[in-house]
Design a binder for this molecule. Sequence first.
Ligand SMILES: [Fe+2]
Ligand SMILES: [Fe+2]
Length: 339
Amino acid sequence: MKIALLGGSFDPVHEGHIQMAKEAVAQLDVEEVWFLPTWKTPLKERNLSSTNDRVQMLELALASYPKFKINLVEMERMGSSYTIDTLSILCQRYPENQFYWLMGNDQLEQFDRWKEPEKLVKLAQFVCFDRLGKLAKPSYPILCLHMPMMPVSSSEIRKGYKLNYLDPNVLNYIYQHRLYIENFVRERVNPHRFAHSLSVASLCEELAISHHLDSHKAYLIGLFHDIAKSMSKEKMEPWMDAICPENKIYPVPVWHGFVGSEIVKRVFGLWDETICAAIYHHVLGTSTDPYAMIVFCADKLDPLRGYPVQEQIEQTKKDLEKGFSLVKEENKKYLEGKE
Ligand SMILES: [Fe+2]
Ligand SMILES: [Fe+2]
């Protein structure tokens, strides 16, 4: 069998990887593509997500492609995985197979630094997919093929950009297991706002547990509630025009709730009406949906604000409606005072 091998950390796997595997089938006529998640990439220092999470995301992303398989040879060894070791094992285990090792331009440029490159090119046909249109001339017998560019990387995804390049089931997994999602927020707000977002998220979670609600959903609402807070009026205006032009009569500091509720859907793929509505109403407390009441209270009772709030938090844990009306009353007084 002709088998293409695609190594990577897959943290997380995205459309760019799938595209490369599809090109291998189309251009090399391989029967299968094996995805080889690395235990740890020798040339990269960043800490990877757990093995289990990366493999589970691969399983979800490859589920609809019968020719794409996961091979855990690198995981089994649990050491720093060099391609030469991996390839030697695969050639021993499957002597009948002809292997193609797939890589991108960035890897071709570093090929001299790989362990035992002369030996590597004897064990498999190395194939470089040219994504940038400016291939370095390889000094080893490496096959160079052209592939349309897929402008996405796992590192962008870990910061919450280009999430539309993920399989929807992988994105769902990321939220369910809280991979990278704190980074999504950290990237877009200042450090003070980020600390507040984390603090509100954990208070939302606690309040949801007290009221037998979905604590993970509450956590997400808290985490993302101020996602639009750092946006300028100019940046928010087109969003306001598109979603609720009638709300432009409100002072600008109120807008981030409306805009944030749309951003969590369109940018972060959180298409959950309860989450969006809770964020939409969090500034003014204009909804009595339990999740909306929770985030409204948690936002105002965030211990990081520096007021003595513990008693009110305990009260809200016992009785959400009562806590909500008390917080709303106080907030009203505060705003009137400010006026
Ligand atoms: Fe807010
Ligand atoms: Fe807030």
